[in-house]
Design a protein around this ligand. Sequence first.
Ligand code: ZN
Length: 185
Amino acid sequence: MIEVFIRPASIFIRQLNNMTILSILHFPDPRLRQQTKPVTVFDDELKTFKDDMLDTMYAAPGIGLAAIQVNKLKSMMVIDISETKNDPRCFVNPALLEHDGLIKTDEGCLSVPAIYEPVNRYERIKVKAQDECGEWFELEADGLLSVCIQHEMDHLKGKLFVDYLTEMKRKRIRKKMERLRRETM
Ligand code: ZN
């Protein structure tokens, strides 16, 4: 196992069996509030980054991860809602084309660990995005996949699911996160 700690960016990268686990930013880290930039270069580096994001998401474990959560300002996210964890999807420069209906589900987020709160989302959506090679595709999604895509697309705009909660709830979560961070420092 190789452990690398790079200063001053505080990027902690752990390599284990050729897996790269990237460090995930936690709410209320202001870096999660940045706007991401469109991806214009589809090279090997991007493909490696996609693999690293998937490794990080599966290891967490989670069902979705946006690049900004690992401190990369790229309009890019990975999702796998399958129980067998063998259906990875990559969305680069995603855009919402259509939406229909509303659905309320409990959401969680790798950047807000151990917190689950109900959030309203569109029930069905149609999105377009590029894959890691730059190929455009369109996808119609409903249920969990629809919710997950909308959650990750929010990240790309610097928005978190806690923004949909009441001010009081958000403050409580912020305090809990800050306490957790102090305890693990
Ligand atoms: Zn999230």
